[in-house]
Design a protein around this ligand. Sequence first.
Ligand code: ZN
Length: 241
Amino acid sequence: MKIVSFYSPNFNRKKRSKNLIKIIVIHYTGMQSERESMIRLSNPKFKVSSHFLINQNGKVFRLVQDNRIAWHAGKSCWERYKNLNKNSIGIELVNKGHRFGYTNYKKKQISSLIKICKSLIKKYKIKKKNVVGHSDIAPLRKIDPGEKFPWKKLADDRIGIWHHCKPNLLRKYRNIKILEKKDKIKFIKNLNKIGYCFSNKKKSFFIKIVEAFQRRYRKELINGLLDKECLIIAQNLTNKL
Ligand SMILES: [Zn+2]
């Protein structure tokens, strides 16, 4: 696959070893234009970057080498990893995002992403559940790549995880309140098993994690409220982990 070099100076000078790479983090650029995103991701003033950027035509740019730590994740947590820059590969998808007119991801863009992910997964032996969105690892601060991101399509290609519940059966449990505390505890346990970090016990934090979960696995209703549908999805996701 053709990858075009577009150098960004925004990475740690010290090289990292291959076995530190455990996670792929997917982002959207969230800016008005592709040009603006590229300027930002390569300007030392902004101190942000990623390893790859994929534009809407599916053209792939390489900004930072894999053996360098790029600056894309920020304060974040997944499994036992904290501040994931050092353990991850960051991939930015050009999309205006929620602030400037969020649009569907383009077919060509996703097919390039799938190709890159496949090669990274093979090269670094990345676990299926460790292909994540920025919102999964930083739910308090981030909502990218957002609910339009086709996680199911990626999972069909064995990238990232997805559930095996039937949508029309699931639908019946939407908005059905969870009354028992043990169900909430079960949900938290399942999310922990997937990789989500519950770093604090505040109610507002719980709401944000539920939102992140819904944005990825139940995009039809993102309200931060734990309901029976979410509970069933989380249980199903962890069955095979
Ligand atoms: Zn991001």
